[in-house]
Every structure is written in structure tokens, then in C-alpha cells.
Ligand binder design. Structure first.
Ligand SMILES: O=C(O)CCC(=O)C(=O)O
Ligand SMILES: [Fe+2]
Length: 210
């Protein structure tokens, strides 16, 4: 609902009512997709479908619109440096320009834009609570002569306030699968993410010594 009130402040003179209505609709629908994805991901972990939802892994939502101007010398730079998202889950809408790449078998591979499709990334915090059952996606965006390129990233995570404590899910821990990470709060994880270079993963800081 916070997102909706934000969108309401958009200037209908500049954007047109159609853009505002679509934005509000998008901000209302994407969290429903996140809920469904959390049900499927819970089941994939062998947990009850409502497990990740009950942990409030989608409670906090941040949508960021990104604008990449055309670049005259794309081979000299990147649109976004390599990184993993700190979120639990990211749902990304990209336009037709392309440039998004994901690290797959040690190679950056194009995530080609498909009309009507969304890209879903596992983020660091889901890797931690799944105790490495899920691995956060290393990705980057190439710079492009064509453009501008526009993307909208929806980051889903747990409540930052009050500081709810997360850690590897108890049901996934056993003698054979000891916890690999220490506990964290979302506020702590995110503020550490912003205090280090984007290409440096935060996972190491929370990993327990084996
Ligand atoms: O612009 C994109 O396609 C991806 C941007 C991104 O990786 C991010 O916002 O975390
Ligand atoms: Fe990202």
C-alpha cells in the first residue's frame, strides 16, 4: 500500500493517467507473484507451502526504476557491475534492449528479454536462510550503444523494523547439515551491503567457519 501512495504522487500531467494506473496495477500484482513463488520455493525446500510467507520474507518491498543512457563506448564500462542482490527475492522487469547477464557455469550468459516475461533472482538472504540450498544469482548489466534501457527491480525482503532475526531455517538443520551462517537482521544485512563495493559479496561476512 505504501507503494500505491507513492505512485499516486506521480504527476499525471507529465506521465498520463494510463502510466500511473499501470504502475499501481504492477505494484499490486507483483507481490502476489512473490507470494506464489515463496510457496513453490518453500515446497522445494521440503517445507509447508506457507513457510517462507510466514517468515515474512516478502513483507518489505522496494521497487527501483533504473535508467541506462546509451553508451558511446560500451566496451570500456558496464551498466551495472557484477553483484548478487542482498534481498530474499528480486522480480525484475527489463525492456527490449538487453544487456542483463547471469553467471552460469563460470560464464556470463545473456538473459535475453522476452516480451511479457519477468526475471526472478534468488538473493543473498534467501541463500542464508536456505543454508545454501538456494544460491543467490551473480549478475551484471552490460553497457549498450542502443538505448536508453529501462528496468524495474522489485526487491522482496523481511521487515527491517522491528529488527526481526533471521538465520538458517531450523527444519533444514541437522547433524549432517549444520548451520552455515550466523543470524542477521534485514537492516544489518542491507546496511552492510551499501557500505562495501557492489561487487563484493556480503555472504562471507555471515558465513560460519566449517
Ligand atoms: O537493470 C537490470 O536489469 C538489473 C539491475 C540489477 O541487477 C539490480 O537492480 O539489482
Ligand atoms: Fe541485481
Amino acid at each position: 500500500m505504501k507503494n500505491v501512495s507513492l505512485a499516486m504522487k506521480l504527476d499525471s500531467q507529465t506521465l498520463g493517467q494510463g502510466v500511473i494506473d499501470s504502475t499501481i496495477e504492477y505494484l499490486n500484482q507483483v507481490p502476489k507473484l512473490a507470494e506464489t513463488l515463496y510457496e513453490l520455493l518453500s515446497e522445494a525446500l521440503g517445507l509447508k507451502p506457507d513457510h517462507l510467507g510466514a517468515m515474512e520474507c516478502g513483507r518489505s518491498r522496494t521497487f527501483i526504476g533504473q535508467y541506462y543512457p546509451p553508451c558511446p563506448e560500451p566496451e570500456l564500462t558496464l551498466g551495472t557491475s557484477k553483484h548478487t542482490d542482498p534481498s530474499f527475492l528480486t522480480i525484475l522487469l527489463q525492456d527490449q534492449i538487453g544487456g542483463l547477464q547471469v553467471l552460469h557455469e563460470n560464464q556470463y550468459t545473456n538473459v535475453a528479454p522476452l516480451p511479457g516475461s519477468l526475471v526472478v533472482n534468488i538473493g543473498d538472504m534467501l541463500q542464508i536462510i536456505s543454508n545454501d540450498e538456494f544460491i543467490s544469482a551473480d549478475h551484471r548489466v552490460l553497457a549498450n550503444r542502443a538505448g536508453p534501457r529501462i528496468s524495474v527491480a522489485g526487491f522482496f525482503s523481511g521487515p527491517a523494523l522491528p529488527g526481526k532475526v533471521y538465520g538458517p531455517i531450523k527444519e533444514l538443520i541437522s547433524e549432517k547439515h549444520p548451520p552455515r551462517y550466523k543470524e542477521f537482521t534485514v537492516g544489518e544485512y542491507i546496511s552492510k551491503f551499501f557500505s562495501r563495493p557492489i561487487d563484493k559479496s556480503g555472504l562471507d561476512e555471515f558465513r560460519l567457519q566449517e
